[in-house]
Design a protein around this ligand. Structure first.
Ligand code: PMV
Length: 320
């Protein structure tokens, strides 16, 4: 029977931006995210009898763009002298467009590779391997609210609240479906080297993490909103002040921010966050979900919206 591994994207409320150790891909800062339930990546790995090169199918079509990182990730588990692999992947949302597809993809890939090679490992070990390829992928091994700590030797990741403990909703406003202009990996290296705001970003991250963690513990939506928007805008300020500047937003991203501001003025419990791409993610209490989705879908330049609750970490399932 064919086994598939499934993982969901996660959206950081306190962001990972910057690398402390390039060779090991260790983050310069901790981060706190929510795992989504409506979007998914599914991966299946088959090791072939015959030698040859790896093959990656993305939604049924051959893909070479992601293949080098996919092969490197499989090597880290199965070794460099392994046989070639055929990797099948399915996504129900646009890939490499700032919707955290690499987070869910590499979490699912690590799990699928363990399955295919008959090895086992605990969740943290697998999360660390996924994180060594895509930092945010470590968080997709866990569900609900997830905190990643940038330890001195390696990362630590844990779920600090389950999805049902505080069932927030997320409305993703897609403003562009094409791939992002610059990968987040390259962009954060540039920020670390050139933005005059970078060191203060790193220094203050512990305060934002503490405030967000406390907000989750107390289920204090207002506090989570304030710290999340602030942290997001700080990360983008670091990007904008990098040389050359890194600007992922478009006009519709700004229009979506205005929509969220208008909703807040009408006392709707909602806040925004934006990652390395032009899509806006609005996080809200369930009571505001419909209003937020309607507001964002009617905003100029929004191509489509996705609505999601909070979901669980990476897992194995039979068949698609
Ligand atoms: O994990 P990466 O290399 O795709 O970087 C993720 C960076 C952000 O999405 C912008 C922030 C985050 O914490 O997810």
């Amino acid at each position: 029977m064919k086994m598939w591994a499934q993982a969901q994207p996660n959206i950081a409320l306190v962001k990972y931006w910057g690398k402390r150790d390039l060779a090991r891909n260790l983050p310069a800062v901790g981060s706190l995210s929510i795992t989504l339930d409506a979007l998914y990546s599914r991966m299946s790995v088959d090791f072939l009898e015959n030698p040859g090169s790896d093959e990656l199918l993305l939604n049924g079509e051959s893909n070479t763009a992601m293949l080098p990182r996919v092969s490197m990730c499989i090597d880290r588990i199965a070794g460099n002298d392994r046989s070639a692999a055929r990797i099948q992947s399915e996504f129900n949302f646009p890939v490499a467009a700032g919707l955290a597809s690499s987070a869910s993809a590499f979490a699912a890939l690590v799990l699928a590779t363990y399955e295919a090679s008959g090895q086992t490992a605990d969740t943290l070990t697998m999360a660390r391997i996924a994180g060594s390829v895509s930092g945010s992928a470590a968080r997709s091994f866990y569900g609900g609210f997830v905190e990643l700590t940038a330890g001195s030797k390696d990362i630590d990741v844990e779920s600090i609240a389950d999805p049902e403990d505080w069932p927030l909703k997320v409305v993703v406003a897609v403003t562009e479906t094409g791939p992002k202009r610059l990968s987040s990996g390259e962009a954060m290296i540039r920020s670390g080297k050139t933005s005059p705001f970078y060191s203060s970003w790193v220094e203050r991250q512990a305060d934002d993490l503490a405030m967000a963690r406390e907000a989750v513990e107390k289920r204090d939506f207002e506090q989570l909103a304030v710290v999340s928007e602030h942290n997001c805008l700080k990360m983008h300020s670091v990007m904008w002040t990098s040389r050359p500047p890194i600007v992922y937003w478009n006009n519709a991203t700004l229009a979506c921010m205005e929509t969220v501001r208008d909703l807040q003025k009408r006392s709707e419990p909602v806040f925004f966050t934006i990652d390395a791409g032009p899509q806006l993610k609005a996080v809200c209490l369930p009571s505001a979900e419909e209003t937020v989705r309607d507001g964002l879908s009617q905003t100029d330049g929004v191509v489509t919206t996705y609505t999601s609750g909070l979901g669980y970490g990476a897992r194995v399932s039979e068949q698609l």
